[in-house]
Design a protein around this ligand. Structure first.
Ligand code: GAR
Length: 210
């Protein structure tokens, strides 16, 4: 990897513990990167506080005003991309971002949007993946779960996988203990996924539209 500091935009919707893992890795020199913007579609997302504490600019950009005006996701996604583009991100990291992004957004940053998902490839896409995995384990349908970082495509929680890890489930687990183990694994995996993305995606030439 060349000696440069990559520009990350991190998008969140909630607690932001994975954002914190990214901020810590940047501060400790484990990631050759800087978070230049944190975007949230929810005003009360605690991750916004984490960003402000780290001195990172934030953007709160909700979908509701679009829905209220009868506009669809495409209009929202296009405007969101327009607001992010001036920050010239090398990589956009969805870390608990709970809004499906369409091509109107993705085409603006081709191959440069990655997502963290708390399940293994092709297992439990969408919301509540941790709970779904835990319940499937209790029904005897799976023996373990995991998490992954992948390049975002218009299909929900699909796309080329950059990093994945198995997260075991034990008979004595509660949803809470399993969830805690999942998050600890994610905090490590998100850094691995970003490093892999910086090594691979960024070997492609920069999109002139940026
Ligand atoms: C994480 O478990 C992440 O994998 C999940 O949201 C959580 C965010 O936690 N994302 C998805 O489910 C995306 N489909 P955090 O706000 O503490 O980082």
């Amino acid at each position: 990897m060349e000696e440069r500091v990559y520009r990350l935009v991190v998008m969140i919707s909630g607690f932001g513990s994975n954002l914190q893992a990214i901020l810590d890795a940047c501060a400790e020199g484990r990631l050759p990167a800087r978070v230049v913007l944190v975007v949230s579609n929810r005003k009360d997302a605690y991750g916004l506080v984490r960003a402000q504490r780290a001195g990172v600019p934030t953007l709160y950009f909700p979908f509701k005003p679009y829905r209220d005006r009868g506009l669809d996701r495409t209009a929202y996604d296009r405007d969101l991309a327009e607001r992010i583009a001036p920050y010239h991100p090398d990589l956009i990291v969805l870390a608990g971002w709970m809004h499906i992004l369409s091509s109107a957004f993705l085409d603006r940053f081709p191959g440069r949007v990655i997502n963290l998902h708390p399940a293994l490839p092709h297992m439990f896409p969408g919301m509540n993946a941790i709970q779904q995995a835990f319940e499937a384990y209790q029904r005897g349908q799976i023996e373990y779960s995991g998490c992954m970082v992948h390049i975002v495509t218009p299909e929900v929680d699909e796309g080329p996988v950059l990093a994945q890890a198995i997260v075991p489930i034990f008979p004595h687990d509660t949803l809470e203990t399993f969830e805690e183990r999942m998050h600890q694994t994610e905090h490590r995996l998100i850094i691995e996924g970003i490093i892999r993305a910086l090594r691979t995606c960024l070997e492609t030439p920069t999109d002139p539209a940026r």
